[in-house]
Design a protein around this ligand. Structure first.
Ligand SMILES: Nc1ncnc2c1ncn2[C@@H]1O[C@H](COP(=O)(O)OP(=O)(O)OP(=O)(O)O)[C@@H](O)[C@H]1O
Ligand SMILES: Nc1ncnc2c1ncn2[C@@H]1O[C@H](COP(=O)(O)OP(=O)(O)OP(=O)(O)O)[C@@H](O)[C@H]1O
Length: 570
C-alpha cells in the first residue's frame, strides 16, 4: 500500500490580516513518490497551500489554523521551520526572495555547506548542478546581474542539490524559456524517478508540465479543492474550462473541430493521444477555416538601427539589432534566457545607453533623450512586480506616476479608478499590496503604467503567473488598447500567448536578431526553434498526426478562428 507523506485533514487557514479563511476544509493526501500538479485561478490559494506544506505558513505568514496537516506523520504545528525545511525543498514563485549567496556558485553551494560536506565534494556537486541547469559559464557571476530566467534556473539548481524527500515548485516555469522549461520538467521528473522524491508543482502552464507524466492534478478554486483526479480524466472533463484554467492548445483545437474527448483517448499527453476518431473532423475543420489576411503596413513608430550594447567592456550583450515596428502593431520578443530581450527594452526606454546604433520614435532620433523624456511616450512593465512596487496601497501605487507629473487630483482619481476597473483591481483598491497574490501584484504594475497612457507599451512577461481569466482579461485589454492605436511589444516565453495574440515575432538568440517573421512561421521552423530555445506548438504536431497536408497553415487557421471565437465573448 502507498504511504501518505503529506496529509491535510479538515484543514482551514486564515491569514491574520484577512477576515475570511483563504483555505477551507482541505482534505488531501499526497503519497510518497507521487507527482502532483496543483492548478487554479489566481488567488485561489495554491501558493498558500504550498506555504502550509513548507512551513512558511505559519512561521513567516501568521494566521489561524484549524484541523490537521501532517508531514511524514508529524503534525506540522508541532515542528519548527528548520525541521520542515529538511523535509521539504521549495522553489518560490519570486526567485529574488530566496537567494542567499552572492554568486551563482555560492548560492548553489549553500544547501551543501549547511550539511558540512568536504570542499572537494561540494565543488563537484556545484559543477554538476550548474551543468544540469546550463549555468556553468556563470558560476562566478553575481546574482543581481542575471536575467530573470537565469535567476530561476539558479533557484531550481539550489533546491536540486538539497536532498529532501519532498520538492515543492511554485510556478517553476514562469521565467524560463520554453526549451529550458521543458528541460526543467524533464529534470524534475528524473529526480523524482531516481530518488523517489515526492513532487508538488503549482503551475499555470499545464500543457508544459504535462510534457512528462503527472500522477494527479488538484484543481483549486476559492480556497477549496474542486477536483482531484488523473490528468486524462481531467482533460476529458469540463472542469478546466469551468474554473478558467488554460487547456492545452491541441485540446482547444479538437474542441473547435467538434470532437468529443474521452479519457480513453489519453488527452493529457499529445504523444499518446488517440486521434483516430478525430482525424476526419480535424481535416474538415481545416478545409472550411480561413487563412488570416495580411495586414496593411502603416508608418513605422519605433525603429532600431544597428544597436550594440554590453554591460562589461569587451563583451557585447546585444549586437547589430535592427528592426522597424509599425504604428498599431502587436509584436512578441522571444528567445532564450539571457539572450538580451530585457536588455533591448532597457535600451529602448533609456535605462541603459547604447554603445552604437540609433533608436527612432516616429522618425525622430531619441537615442540621446533621457529616461524621463522617453517615459512620456514609452511605458515599460518589468518582469518582476516586486521590483516595481514602491507604495503600500494599491491606489497610491497606480496613482504614483500621475502624482509625480503634477496631474490634478480629480483627474488622478478618475484615471486611476478607470484603470483599476479595466485591470480587474477595482474591488481591491483600498487593499495593501502585501495582501495580494503574485498574479494580482503583476496586474497592479501593469495598471500603474497604463494609467500614463503611453504610445508604446513594452511588457516583460505580462501574463507570467496569471490564470486564464486574468490572462484573457489582460490580453483582451491590451488588444483593445492596441486597436485604439497603442503599439505593443511583449517579451514572452509563452508560445501560446505569442501565437494567439501577436501576429509578428522578433526572435533573439545570443544577442542577435535571428528572425523577424510571423509567429506561426517562427513556431514551425525547427532551426529557429532550436537556436532560440523555443518550443514547437502542439497544434503543429496535432496537424501532422491528423495527416493535414499543410500543418503550418493549420496553425495559422487555428489562430484566425480562435480570434473570431474570442470576439464572440466580448
Ligand atoms: N501574506 C498574505 N496576507 C494576507 N493575505 C494573503 C497573503 N498572501 C496571500 N493572501 C491572500 O490569499 C489569497 C490566495 O493567495 P495565493 O497566493 O495562495 O493564491 P494563488 O492561487 O497562488 O494565486 P496566483 O496564481 O495569483 O499566485 C489571495 O486572495 C490573497 O489576497
Ligand atoms: N545589470 C547587469 N550587469 C551585467 N550583466 C547583466 C546585467 N543584466 C543582464 N546581464 C546579462 O546580460 C545578458 C542578457 O540579459 P537579459 O536580462 O537582457 O536577458 P533576457 O533575454 O531578458 O533573459 P530572460 O528571458 O531570462 O529574462 C545575460 O547574460 C545577463 O546575465
Amino acid at each position: 500500500m502507498k504511504k501518505g507523506i503529506i496529509s491535510f485533514k479538515n484543514f482551514t487557514f486564515k491569514y491574520r490580516s484577512q477576515a475570511e479563511p483563504t483555505l477551507h476544509d482541505i482534505n488531501l493526501t499526497i503519497f510518497e513518490g507521487e507527482k502532483v500538479l496543483i492548478v487554479g485561478p489566481s488567488g485561489s490559494g495554491k501558493s498558500t497551500l504550498a506555504h502550509c506544506i513548507n512551513g512558511l505558513v505559519p512561521f513567516s505568514y501568521s494566521g489561524e489554523i484549524k484541523g490537521s496537516l501532517k508531514i511524514k506523520e508529524r503534525e506540522t504545528k508541532e515542528l519548527d521551520l528548520f525541521t520542515i525545511s529538511k523535509m521539504v525543498g521549495t522553489v518560490l514563485q519570486d526567485p529574488d526572495g530566496q537567494f542567499i549567496g552572492l554568486s551563482v556558485a555560492e548560492d548553489i553551494a549553500f544547501a551543501l555547506e549547511n550539511d558540512c560536506i568536504s570542499q572537494e565534494k561540494m565543488e563537484k556537486q556545484v559543477a554538476d548542478v550548474s551543468r544540469l541547469i546550463d549555468m556553468e559559464n556563470y558560476l562566478e557571476a553575481s546574482i543581481h546581474e542575471l536575467s530573470g530566467g537565469q535567476k530561476q534556473r539558479v533557484a531550481l539548481g539550489g533546491v536540486m542539490v538539497d536532498q529532501v524527500e519532498i520538492l515543492l515548485f511554485d510556478e517553476p516555469l514562469a521565467n524560463l524559456d520554453p526549451a529550458t522549461g521543458k528541460h526543467a520538467i524533464e529534470l524534475i521528473d528524473r529526480i523524482k524517478r531516481e530518488t523517489n522524491t515526492t513532487v508538488i508543482i503549482v503551475e499555470h502552464r499545464l500543457e508544459d508540465v504535462l510534457h512528462q507524466d503527472v500522477d494527479r492534478i488538484i484543481v483549486m478554486n476559492e480556497g477549496r479543492i474542486v477536483s482531484d483526479t488523473t490528468p486524462d480524466e481531467l482533460l476529458a472533463s469540463q472542469i478546466l474550462e469551468e474554473n478558467h484554467i488554460r487547456e492545452p492548445l491541441y485540446v482547444k483545437a479538437l474542441k473547435y473541430a467538434g470532437c468529443t474527448i474521452t479519457k480513453d483517448m489519453h488527452p493529457a499527453y499529445l504523444e499518446r493521444l488517440d486521434i483516430h476518431s478525430c482525424k476526419e473532423k480535424l481535416q474538415k475543420w481545416f478545409e472550411k477555416t480561413n487563412m488570416p489576411n495580411s495586414p496593411d503596413k502603416p508608418l513605422p513608430i519605433l525603429e532600431a538601427e544597428n544597436l550594440t550594447f554590453g554591460y562589461h567592456a569587451g563583451k557585447n550583450t546585444l549586437q547589430g539589432i535592427s528592426f522597424s515596428i509599425q504604428k498599431g502593431e502587436m509584436v512578441s520578443i522571444v528567445g532564450k534566457n539571457g539572450a538580451g530581450k530585457s536588455t533591448l527594452s532597457k535600451l529602448i526606454c533609456g535605462f541603459e545607453k547604447v554603445r552604437s546604433g540609433r533608436i527612432l520614435l516616429n522618425g525622430k532620433e531619441i537615442t540621446k533623450d533621457t529616461i524621463r523624456e522617453r517615459s512620456e511616450r514609452i511605458g515599460m512593465v518589468m518582469q518582476n512586480p516586486n521590483q516595481m512596487i514602491s507604495k503600500h496601497m494599491i491606489f497610491d501605487e497606480v496613482a504614483l506616476g500621475l502624482v509625480m507629473r503634477g496631474v490634478p487630483l480629480e483627474e488622478i482619481i478618475e484615471r486611476v479608478e478607470k484603470t483599476l476597473k479595466v485591470c480587474g483591481l477595482y474591488p481591491f483598491r483600498n487593499w495593501p499590496i502585501s495582501a495580494l497574490s503574485f498574479g494580482q501584484k503583476k496586474r497592479v504594475t501593469i495598471a500603474s503604467i497604463l494609467v500614463l497612457q503611453p504610445e508604446i507599451l513594452i511588457l516583460d512577461e505580462p501574463t507570467a503567473g496569471q490564470d486564464l481569466r486574468a490572462y484573457t482579461d489582460i490580453m483582451e485589454f491590451l488588444v483593445e488598447l492596441n486597436q485604439q492605436g497603442v503599439t505593443i511589444l511583449m517579451i514572452t516565453h509563452d508560445m501560446h500567448l505569442m501565437l494567439e495574440y501577436t501576429p509578428r515575432a522578433l526572435v533573439i538568440a545570443d544577442g542577435k536578431l535571428i528572425a523577424d517573421d510571423s509567429a506561426s512561421h517562427v513556431l514551425t521552423n525547427k532551426q529557429i526553434i532550436e537556436k532560440a530555445n523555443l518550443k514547437e506548438t502542439s497544434l503543429y504536431d496535432l496537424a501532422v498526426r491528423a495527416e493535414i497536408p499543410e500543418p503550418q497553415d493549420f496553425v495559422a487557421r487555428f489562430i484566425t478562428y480562435d480570434k473570431e471565437v474570442r470576439k464572440t465573448w466580448q
